[in-house]
Design a protein. Structure first.
Length: 80
């Protein structure tokens, strides 16, 4: 996942990586997030934090990502 160092990814199973990748890609596509810049970094960090803290299902993680992006989008100066 772009935005995260290589040392984090090996700690995840193939299944976990697949879930994170699908949610990441879906959130980027749905929200029109550019693959470069601070928004993508914040999304990657958010997803990793949520995934590690809570054993969310894929759809729940995507719902959380959508809510997070909307919150970021409303912050002043967050347009990229």
């Amino acid at each position: 996942m772009q935005g995260y160092s290589d040392d984090i990814v090996p700690a995840l199973s193939e299944t976990e990586i697949g879930v994170l990748r699908r949610v990441f890609d879906a959130a980027c596509a749905e929200c029109g997030i550019s693959r470069q810049g601070q928004q993508i970094q914040r999304l990657a960090q958010f997803l990793m934090t949520e995934f590690r803290l809570y054993p969310l299902e894929e759809e729940a993680l995507l719902t959380a990502a959508r809510a997070f992006y909307c919150k970021q989008k409303r912050k002043p100066g967050s347009s990229e």
